[in-house]
Design a protein around this ligand. Structure first.
Ligand SMILES: Nc1ncnc2c1ncn2[C@@H]1O[C@H](COP(=O)(O)OP(=O)(O)OP(=O)(O)O)[C@@H](O)[C@H]1O
Length: 270
């Protein structure tokens, strides 16, 4: 479990990125922080692995203040996936995935064979392990980023716009694969995105942020869509958009769902 307790962050120069943010991320759940650019999402994420220390307030992991932990050891114990993969360009894919286990003393052979297994787990041919990151597509690089984050078998995964740099079709595939992975592995995931559709797809819970990481609403996707807390959330999640407004139409004994633009989007199960 991760707890943010009244955390604030003022950067040198006076930018208040986060103001008094409190939130609990339950173990084995995916909580998505969604908000527009500059709302403080990355700052919050980086407080968990101490890449950013809050100006005030605390972040606790399983009850322990992260400031009690050694930052390097803490970072190695938490998986972190960045938008552009963050892979080391001069290391092979396999060595990128094995990097943290090697740093923490795993034998080379075991680390590499575990890394090959992780490549398969994220849907890549282990033969790609011999290539360098620049010899992979954007989607493949993101998969390597996920494999690398999983390599130390962390309980916590931090994902910062992990699929932001790939085309929409690959993005959809990666999102689905993450859901599958999560149903197998049950990590505690904090996922940052500015894309509401992505937030609703991958999140067990979604936290909609305003400027300064103010919580506009927090809840399951269905709760937020059904009962947006205010105009800001209603607008942000597009609750009134035509494709979200479905109605039922009888069609020869079956009921089909039709959206606000008249498009048939599915059949309701009896
Ligand atoms: N190192 C820094 N020094 C000064 N100001 C910063 C620093 N990092 C972030 N900020 C400011 O803090 C605010 C929040 O930034 P943050 O990156 O956390 O937002 P975000 O929601 O992740 O944005 P994006 O979606 O654009 O990545 C912004 O106004 C940003 O300019």
């Amino acid at each position: 479990m991760i707890e943010f307790e009244h955390v604030s962050k003022e950067y040198p120069g006076g930018a208040i990125a986060v103001a008094e943010f409190s939130c609990v991320v339950p173990s084995h759940r995916t909580v998505v922080l969604v908000g527009s650019s500059g709302s403080g999402k990355t700052t919050l994420l980086r407080m968990v692995n101490r890449m950013v220390d809050p100006t005030s307030g605390r972040v606790l992991i399983d009850g322990e203040d992260v400031r009690e932990r050694d930052p390097v050891e803490l970072r190695r114990s938490i998986g972190y996936v960045m938008q552009h993969g963050g892979l080391l360009p001069h290391r092979t894919v396999l060595d990128n995935v094995a990097a943290v286990p090697l740093l923490t003393g795993a034998p080379r052979r075991a680390a590499r064979s575990a890394a090959a297994g992780l490549l398969e787990r994220v849907g890549l041919d282990p033969a790609l392990g011999r290539r360098y990151p620049s010899q992979l597509s954007g989607g493949q690089q993101q998969r390597v980023g996920v494999a690398r984050a999983l390599a130390a078998d962390p309980n916590i995964l931090l994902m910062d716009e992990p699929f932001g740099a790939v085309d929409p079709i690959v993005r959809r595939e990666l999102q689905r694969e993450l859901l599958q992975l999560q149903s197998d592995l049950g990590k505690t995931i904090v996922f940052v995105t500015h894309d509401v559709e992505e937030a609703f797809l991958v999140g067990d819970e979604v936290v909609v942020l305003e400027a300064g990481a103010g919580i506009a609403q927090r809840g399951a996707p269905a709760e937020i869509l059904a009962h947006p807390a205010n105009e800001f959330v209603r607008d942000f999640v597009g609750a009134d958009r035509a494709e979200r407004r479905l109605h039922a139409v009888d069609m020869d004994g079956r009921t089909v769902a039709v959206d606000g633009e008249g498009r048939t989007v599915g059949v309701l199960e009896p």
